[in-house]
Design a binder for this molecule. Structure first.
Ligand code: BG6
Length: 471
């Protein structure tokens, strides 16, 4: 639908930006922090930065928050490192870790920035991984206890909570992201049992949040994208529906409705991958309901009917580690209508609108976009970063959010990835997303100086004008 006059962004729209603890903080062994699965990664690609220093936000958070305030952020979405709070995932609380996040949240409050806190963003404690990680049901208890510690400590200061970042990407691409820990190449049956345990952990965290903090709001944060059929051939449409259910809707149906999506369940049971339910699991899942849906959006996926052979499989752009397509389920197809970024990711602003419309249509829960952004090889030239490509990317996505609002979708915030440069999941610091440039490269930390990119000045104007002027 085209509008003569698009509806404005609400006055209290949360213009924000995102990071995650292990990608931005550094100080990976300081002040009592324990190791996470990320810290024990053994197969990092050669020449790619590890996460031990990252952007050194742990030591420079005051300078960073001052920059976020200058940018005009109304919200900052970040994660708490489980292993700073509980170095081995359970047991003794590390007071230094608690103190760090109090200081960060207080600093944000002092400049009027709303904290949006992710409980768990890929960094499972290594000690829990050691004894089976998400395969072991004790990890569900550990997560609930960890969540309750956070609610108890920070509940008076934090209104918005996110449970688990991109559970679906950990399930589908865990090895590439580096979240599988010592278990490495786990079989599919185990992965879907782990997935079930994460669903239970999430449900218990949501229920605890509602019990302990009646004023707070909590939601899941999966990666959700529209799935397009490659053509109007009915077989392609069926494949798109199937993949949508398995990639997207399973995660939201369990979170919101407390039950597996029927198509996703059919897929799991037909392949013998269905998780084992224990007594009470059903009640746990049905007993929790989020207040909103947070989702991360980068690009859509286009799929065709499976040909039943290896031609179904593709890697994403130049990234050999992210495999798409599944023989007998769907064929990965390049969408010829969409350009790609420097890393081969398709760019589809309109897909953000369709994704939002579909989510609103199905769940009728307020939405917040907790990640969206452009990974690029930014260049620092004479102290400036001219990232007009990022401005263009963000502008075109924000336009589509406004159209979705005009369509009647209830969306209350937008937090692009990232507030400040950080280390990408598996492609290093050279793949940058931030509004603020961090002067370091893969091996040389230099001074880690902070430099405002052109997109910083542009986004400040967008926020100041509440999205009216995107030029
Ligand atoms: C999301 C993650 O999948 O995408 C982030 O939540 C990640 O942690 C972001 O950094 C971009 O992906 P990448 O691989 O470019 O870092």
């Amino acid at each position: 639908m085209k509008y003569q006059n698009a509806v404005s962004f609400p006055g209290d729209f949360l213009w924000g930006a995102s990071t995650s603890a292990y990608q931005v903080e550094g100080a990976s062994k300081e002040d009592g922090k324990g190791p996470s699965v990320i810290d024990i990664l053994e197969h990092r690609p050669p020449g790619i930065a590890d996460f031990s220093v990252a952007s050194d936000h742990y030591h420079r958070f005051r300078e960073d928050v001052a920059l976020f305030a200058e940018l005009g952020l109304r919200a900052y979405r970040f994660s708490i490192a489980w292993t700073r709070i509980l170095p081995s995932g359970e047991g003794e609380v590390n007071r230094a870790g608690i103190a760090f996040y109090h200081e960060l949240i207080d600093e944000l409050a002092a400049v009027g920035i709303e904290p949006i806190v992710t409980l768990y963003h890929f960094d499972l404690p290594a000690a829990l991984d050691e004894r089976g990680g998400w395969s072991d049901r004790r990890t569900i208890d550990a997560f609930e206890r960890y969540a309750r510690i956070l609610f108890d400590e920070f509940g008076g200061k934090v209104r918005y909570w996110l449970t688990i970042n991109e559970q679906n990407m950990m399930v589908l691409h865990g090895k590439a992201i580096g979240t599988t820990g010592r278990s490495g190449d786990t079989d599919q049956k185990t992965i879907y049992q782990q997935n079930h345990h994460m669903f239970l952990a999430q449900a218990r965290a949501m229920a605890s949040c509602h019990e302990m903090l009646p004023e707070a709001k909590i939601g899941p944060a999966p990666n959700i994208v529209s799935v397009y059929p490659a053509t109007s051939a009915p077989g392609d449409v069926v494949a798109a529906d199937d993949w949508d259910a398995i990639r997207n809707l399973m995660y939201l149906d369990v979170a919101v409705r407390g039950a597996y999506h029927p198509l996703a369940w059919a897929y799991l049971s037909e392949r013998g991958l269905e998780p084992r339910f224990e007594d009470g699991d059903d009640e746990t899942l049905r007993g929790a309901r989020p207040d909103f849906i947070a989702f991360n959006y980068y690009s859509t996926q286009t799929v065709g009917e499976s040909r039943g052979d290896l031609s179904d499989i593709q890697t994403r752009g130049g990234d050999q580690q992210i495999v798409r397509g599944e023989v007998g389920l769907y064929r990965a197809v390049k969408n010829e209508h969409l350009p790609t970024n420097a890393f081969g990711w398709e760019i589809d602003p309109v897909g953000l609108r369709t994704t939002m419309r579909r989510l609103w249509d199905r769940y009728r829960l307020p939405l917040i976009i907790t990640e969206n952004g452009l990974g690029a090889f930014d260049e620092l030239v004479d102290g400036r970063v001219h990232d007009d490509y990022r401005i263009d990317y963000l502008r075109r996505h924000i336009e589509q959010i406004q159209l979705a609002i005009s369509d009647g979708v209830d969306v209350f915030g937008y937090c692009p990835w990232t507030a400040i440069d950080l280390v990408s999941t598996h492609q290093g610091i050279r793949k940058r997303y931030g509004f603020v440039y961090v002067d370091r490269d893969e091996g040389d930390l230099k001074e880690l100086a902070r430099i405002r990119k052109d997109s910083f000045h542009w986004y400040r104007g967008v926020i100041a004008g509440n999205g009216v002027d995107l030029c």
